[in-house]
Design a protein around this ligand. Structure first.
Ligand code: ADP
Ligand code: MG
Length: 314
C-alpha cells in the first residue's frame, strides 16, 4: 500500500549556487521518483538558505547602486522569489525523471504562505543572520532608516538578523490537499514558507522572519495527515556523541528517548536539533505516524526500513 509522504529536502538536495543546483536537482529528482515509482504519494518541501541569501545580496547591490530608484524587496517577497526559483528547477527535474521512467504525473509548485504568531517570543530576540555583509556606516543607515536589527558577525561585517518563529498553519493547505488528491506531485512550503500574520479582514501581511523548513514540513505533514515525514539531509542516521570517538548511530528512537538525548545536548541547535524536534512532534501527532531522518540518496532504502533513523511511538 502506498503511503502519503512529506519529504523535507535539506541544503545538499539543492546545492549552494546556480550550477550546483542544476546538478543537485537531478540526484534529488531520482530520490523522489523512486518513492513515486514505489506507489507513494509524495509532497516535497525544501530549504532555501543559499538561494534566499543570493536574492538578498542582489537586492542589497541594487539599492546600493541606485538608492533613489529602488527600495529592497521585503524578506517575505525574497522568500517567495526563492520558492519560485527552486520550484521551477524541481518541477523540471522531476518532470524529466518521471517521464524517463514512463510515469505520467503532473508536478506543480505552490507558493506557500505560513502563518506565524506575532506574539511568538522569537520576535523579541531575532537570531537568524541573513543576506549581505555591510560596513558599519551602512549598518547604521539600515538600523535608522529601515528599522533593521543588525549584528557584527565575527569581524566579517554587519548583517541583518531576523526572527525565526514557529509555523502555526499553512494558508494554502486546502489547495495543496486538493492537488495531492488529484494525483499531482506538489512542491510546497519552500524555505519554510512565506511567513505571514493575520491582520484585519482577510489581509495577510508578510513578516520579516524566516521559518525553519524542518518545522514547516512537520506542520505540512500534520495538516495533510501524512503517514510519514522524511527529512532528507547530509547524514544517513542521527547520532549520539556526534563527531566524538564514542559516536553511535541510531536506528530508531521513541519520542521519549529522543527527548532524553535532546536534553543531554546530543543534537546541534540549528542543524540536527530542529529535525529531531520536528520528527518527535510529527510522530506524536497521531497513532501510526512515523518520521525518518536519512541521507537524500537513501530515501527508498529508508522507507523500506533498511537504513536511516526512525522516530515513532513504541
Ligand atoms: P539541512 O540542510 O539538511 O537542514 P543541516 O546542516 O541543517 O542540514 O543539518 C544536518 C547536519 O547536522 C548533518 O550534516 C550533521 O553534520 C549535523 N549534526 C549535528 N548533530 C548531529 C547528530 N547528533 N547526528 C547526526 N548529525 C548531526
Ligand atoms: Mg538545516
Amino acid at each position: 500500500m502506498g503511503k502519503r509522504i512529506v519529504i523535507a529536502l535539506g541544503g545538499n538536495a539543492l546545492g549552494s549556487n546556480l550550477p550546483e543546483q542544476m546538478e543537485a536537482v537531478k540526484k534529488t529528482a531520482r530520490a523522489i521518483a523512486d518513492l513515486i515509482q514505489d506507489g507513494h504519494q509524495v509532497i516535497v518541501a525544501h530549504g532555501n538558505g543559499p538561494q534566499v541569501g543570493m536574492i538578498q545580496k542582489a537586492m542589497a547591490e541594487l539599492t546600493r547602486s541606485e538608492p533613489e530608484k529602488y527600495i529592497p524587496c521585503p524578506l517575505s517577497v525574497c522568500v517567495a522569489m526563492s520558492q519560485g526559483y527552486i520550484g521551477y528547477d524541481l518541477q523540471n527535474a522531476l518532470r524529466e525523471e518521471l517521464l524517463n521512467r514512463g510515469i505520467q504525473k503532473g508536478v506543480a509548485t505552490v507558493l506557500t504562505q505560513v502563518e506565524v504568531d506575532p506574539n511568538d517570543p522569537a520576535f523579541q530576540t531575532p537570531t537568524k543572520p541573513i543576506g549581505a555583509f555591510h560596513s558599519p556606516e551602512e549598518a547604521k543607515f539600515l538600523i535608522q532608516n529601515r528599522g533593521y536589527q543588525m549584528v557584527e558577525d565575527s569581524g566579517r561585517g554587519w548583517r541583518r538578523v531576523v526572527a525565526s518563529p514557529r509555523p502555526v498553519s499553512i494558508v494554502e493547505i486546502d489547495s495543496i490537499r486538493d492537488m495531492v488528491e488529484a494525483g499531482l506531485v506538489v512542491v510546497a512550503c519552500g524555505g519554510g514558507g512565506i511567513p505571514v500574520f493575520q491582520t484585519e479582514g482577510h489581509h495577510l501581511k508578510g513578516a520579516a522572519a524566516v521559518i525553519d523548513k524542518d518545522f514547516a514540513s512537520c506542520v505540512l505533514a500534520r495538516q495533510l495527515e501524512a503517514d510519514t515525514l522524511i527529512i532528507l539531509t547530509a547524514v544517513e542516521k542521527v547520532a549520539v556523541n556526534f563527531g566524538k570517538p564514542d559516536q553511535k548511530w541510531l536506528d530508531s528512537l521513541t519520542p521519549e528517548e529522543a527527548r532524553g538525548y535532546m536534553d543531554a545536548g546530543h543534537f546541534a541547535p540549528g542543524s540536527m536539533l530542529p529535525k529531531v524536534q520536528a520528527a518527535v512532534e510529527f510522530a506524536q501527532s497521531a497513532p501510526g505516524r512515523s518520521a525518518l531522518i536519512t541521507l537524500l540518496e537513501k530515501a527508498r532504502d529508508g522507507v523500506a526500513g533498511r537504513t536511516g533513523t526512525v522516530i515513532r511511538q513504541a
